[in-house]
Ligand binder design. Structure first.
Ligand code: FE2
Length: 276
């Protein structure tokens, strides 16, 4: 089986297979600087055109297994709290219309999974984020996911549970469907609720919309950067791979958490591990 980096990834532009070489070191430095100054590192053309087409073909064959969410939620995925003021951003709800394919449905031999697990890909991510260690997530549902947003699809404003997020855009929508975020909207010291309220009213001046097209890899700090995908329009669905890594091995999520994300089918016996 040929190495998965040969073909899909544009190694001339993004030499993740030679991180100790001059070009590899410059790439890491540049990504780290972008993360610090812009809140995200955006690798446009990470995949070649042929690589994008090949990985999208794999994804396309899996989308029929997506678990669909279609409703309204607040940005914190919590129940409404009537004790809070009516205009509190935690009480504002937004539409969510999206399909999600769990990791256990993405085959071990697929290029998508082999790229996600490839040591060079993991090491590139580790060095860019400046972490002591990094592992593909052990949870077989959460490790590698696909998100599909068809015409009318929307991923509402939210924070991620992960300290950081890695996404690979496989197919851009015909129109709209922009990835938007506000860097460092909250910190370990708390959250500026007035700034969140401005954001929800469309009046926050700090919204970042990185230029992305199919084949772009993006790293950002989704734990503190509120983010969303604006409503998709047009006849081409937006398809993204979500690559989750952890700083410790053997982490998995409780069944009830995964059941909310992937549907009731995930409630089954588990391997031994530690809760995330
Ligand atoms: Fe997210």
């Amino acid at each position: 089986m040929p190495d998965v980096l040969e073909g899909p990834v544009d190694l001339n532009r993004w030499p993740i297979d030679d991180l100790d070489g001059d070009a590899g070191r410059r790439m890491i430095e540049s990504c780290r600087a972008d993360l610090a100054s812009l809140g995200c590192c955006n690798l446009r053309g990470f995949l070649t055109d042929a690589g994008t087409a090949a990985l999208m073909a794999e994804a396309d064959a899996l989308l029929e297994h997506a678990y669909w969410k279609n409703g309204r939620r607040n940005a914190y995925f919590t129940e409404d709290d009537p004790s809070l003021p009516a205009d509190d951003p935690r009480r504002m709800s937004f539409p969510i219309v999206m399909g999600q394919v769990a990791g256990d449905l993405i085959p071990p031999a697929s290029r998508l999974r082999r790229l996600y697990e490839h040591p060079a890909k993991v090491e590139f991510t580790r060095r860019t984020l400046g972490l002591a260690a990094l592992y593909p997530r052990a949870d077989r549902f959460q490790d590698l996911n696909l998100i599909v947003l068809p015409d009318g699809g929307v991923q509402l404003w939210h924070y991620d549970q992960n300290h950081f997020s890695v996404t690979l855009l496989l197919q851009a929508a015909t129109q709209c469907g922009d990835f938007e975020f506000v860097p460092a909207l909250r910190s370990k010291h708390g959250e500026d609720l007035e700034a969140v309220r401005r954001l929800f009213r469309g009046k926050h001046p700090g919204v970042v919309r990185p230029e992305r097209e199919a084949g772009t890899l993006t790293l950002f700090r989704g734990e503190n950067a509120m983010h969303r995908v604006s409503p998709v329009c047009g006849d081409k669905a937006r398809v993204t791979a979500i690559l989750s890594y952890d700083e410790a091995p053997g982490l998995w999520a409780p069944d009830e958490v995964n059941a909310m994300i992937y549907g009731p089918r995930v409630r089954e016996p588990r391997a031994v591990g530690s809760p995330i």
